[in-house]
Design a protein around this ligand. Sequence first.
Ligand code: MOS
Length: 740
Amino acid sequence: MKSGYIGAAVNRVDGYLKVRGEAKYAAEYQAEQLCYGVVVSSSIAKGKIKTLDASKALALDGVLQVFSHENRTSLPWFDRSYKDEDQPPGSPFRPFYSNEIQFNMQPIALVVAESFELARYAATLIDVEYKAVDFNADFLNSQEKAYEAKKGKSGWKPPKSRGNASKALKHADVLVEATYFHPAEHHNPLELHASTVVVEADDTFTVYDKTQGVFNSQQYLMNIFGLSKAEVHVKAPYIGGAFGSGLRPQYQLFMAFMAAKALKRSVRVVLTRQQMFSFGHRPMTTQQLSLAASSKGKLVGIKHEAIAETSQFEEYTENVVNWSGMLYDCPDVDLSYKLLKLDTYTPLDMRAPGGATGVYAFEAAIDELACKAGVDPLQFRLLNYAEQEQNEKLPFSSKELKACYAIAADKFGWARRNPIPGQLREGDNLLGVGMATGVWEAQQQQVMAKAKLSPDGQLVVSCGTADIGTGTYTVMSQIAAETLGLPIEDVSFLLGDSDLPMAPLQGGSWTASSVGPAVLSVCEGLKEKLLKEAAGLPHSGFKGAKVEEVLFKDGMLCLKGDPSVQLSIAALMKQRNLAILEHQTASMPDPKQSQYGKYTHSAVFVEVKVDAELGNVQVSRVVVAVAAGRILNPKTARSQVLGGVVWGISMALEEESVMDKQYGRFINHDLAEYHVAVNADVHDIEVIFVEEEDDVINPLGVKGLGEIGIVGVPAAISNAIYNATGKRLRALPFTLDKLL
Ligand code: MOS
């Protein structure tokens, strides 16, 4: 097989393992004498535990221990601050720290038994007496308590205002003022959060954890338990979805590890679906927008103020309003972002955190403004197109958004749109179309990778990154196979193991754009080494040849200028007596990147059918064009964007974690009552990748695709609902009651 893997629609290299059930997840690892932990959750939102009586549970034969604040061991963690890679400013939640309750469903005990069933039963026998105190979980009725966020979590940029928006708004021809809301939402990956902690014969620990970053979990355990790197190994070779829920170590990791260490036995803890609603979520946010335009549709003023929830103990921030400053050409912009502390758990990054929500409100408001000005919404966006990144006034490393608009509009048939709402009917349904822009950051992180070539031509490339379903295994194998000119069947890529070279969390859409360049670089390094070995052979025609003069193809090295000079890797390694040839390298962003705005863009066009009498909405058609630099694999890339669009539909029509203000608990905490889009909600979705060259972003020209797919979709749906019905819905999700 010849090279040419990069850009090819290669099937997932881990596909067979997954469909055959051979890919093992964190809760599927076995160990000798494995025991099982079940978490007991608090039933109050705030207060103290007066008594925790575990005697009935402990009396059962086979119950090994009940861990709680009363008998926890003293740990380094409890005495000093600790860090995780996705930690917001504040004081992280520490399970079993004391008898204090900070949020409803706070884990208060872990019951460990010989069998899962016994542990689950024993957990029901724990008697807890609380002293409950008043709390506040009422976001909408305490907005006056919001305060300006000063510090943020890493990656958060305080919004930058410019010009004088108030003045521009006062004198504008066309003005739109509207308030938007989205509820809390939960990630709900299929795989529940789970940790299996295996105690090895040499007293070290192997931890199978559901995480987006094995090094993050490893460091977390090392800090808490005062262990060295050699004592704790974390593995997560397969992840059943995470979407941000695995960015921070979740409490089952701590609990399973504490139990295993204390009992000197392997322990597994799996959270229940209900408990999956007891940690981070997309934060409820209210957004107030005032937009002004000239009568011809030129944006003249933007005011965007957001208030988002956080917990009492951490200040979770996300870039919600910043997009409104960067996306269009507008002289006067006023942005503000505030936090409101509630007695709940800290929110957590969820696919396109801040972007999925901020761009939703902004792009819906832009549609309101365009319609009010009597300008076609697509035309409006072209009229205000930003040739420069507007917040920092930087050139874009690349931006093919115009091509996205043109290609998607054409495929969709946008020209046939009827600008007057409520005109089109098909049977019981009102038909409408809408569009929106999507945007997300393109980032690169520092990553290390290692490559090992054996004499039979098998290449193993490794890096401790993750594959949460995104296709990391596949695209990295493609890059390695193409770079070294090997058949992809001879390449393995290893990830999800803290013994492998260092990589950051898989998140922020940066894996392809960070690990990809590291894989490229380590394979190029290996090429140099191979050539050096070849040049060292007696009578070698490769003497003095430079690497760019040599073709690596089909497991052979061959001089481009004289194809008769060739040598197979196997022969070379044999003649040089090499058992293994290896190389390790780090790749990091080029400093010149900081002089550019680096983003992926999309144009989303949507058709909806709204039942005129019943109010239910169907998203009958979506065309989305994405500009995300070079596409490594159109098949896995399409899946990423499809998944994002489906989630956008879900966010627009279904998802809402309902806070019971009386109990401070998310009340619909299961998949029966927390609605997500299912097959019946998903119709025609067309994904188009627009060509985009970028030689700034990284040596591969790859921007990353994990998050752009969802951004813009809810706004396009809301805009299409307006076109269908003449109604502006401004609170997600757009359930039928809001349309009646
Ligand atoms: Mo993503 S929300 O950065 O896992």
